[in-house]
Unconditional design. Structure first.
Length: 132
């Protein structure tokens, strides 16, 4: 992950705010954009993501064609949703249902429940299961 100590930008008055915005712009141009460009390289992306985020890890492994690792991470994310919502649909908003559909299709589990969510949301994505 790209983490550093927090930095607070001064904005107590117009002059301080203007100075801060110039510094922010410079930081984004000199550090942020080059870092994002590097993230287009799949293996660099995989090395740079937060390992505590199973969805991000799953996606990074999928684009690197590491199917078993992707499936393991996506399954972990699906399990987290199940635990957090106590498997009760009333705790899932539209975004979570779409995420559930994505994960279920990718790992080939809970497809009946995913189908229910797709009907409720009138949502027919073109997701493909992970290769075996």
């Amino acid at each position: 992950c790209v983490w550093s100590t927090p930095h607070y930008w001064n904005c107590k008055d117009k002059a301080a705010l203007k100075s801060s915005l110039v510094k922010i712009s410079k930081a984004v141009e000199e550090v942020g954009f080059p870092w994002l460009q590097k993230m287009r390289e799949p293996l660099l992306f995989l090395d740079a993501i937060c390992k505590e985020s199973p969805f991000s890890v799953g996606f990074a492994n999928e684009i690197n064609e590491k199917w078993e690792e992707a499936k393991s991470s996506y399954t972990e994310m699906l399990d987290r949703i199940r635990v957090e919502t106590k498997d009760d649909e009333k705790y899932l908003d539209e975004y979570q249902k779409k995420l559930y559909v994505f994960l279920a299709i990718k790992v080939g589990e809970e497809l009946d429940r995913a189908e229910t969510f797709m009907k409720q949301l009138q949502f027919r994505p073109d997701y493909k299961p992970l290769p075996s």
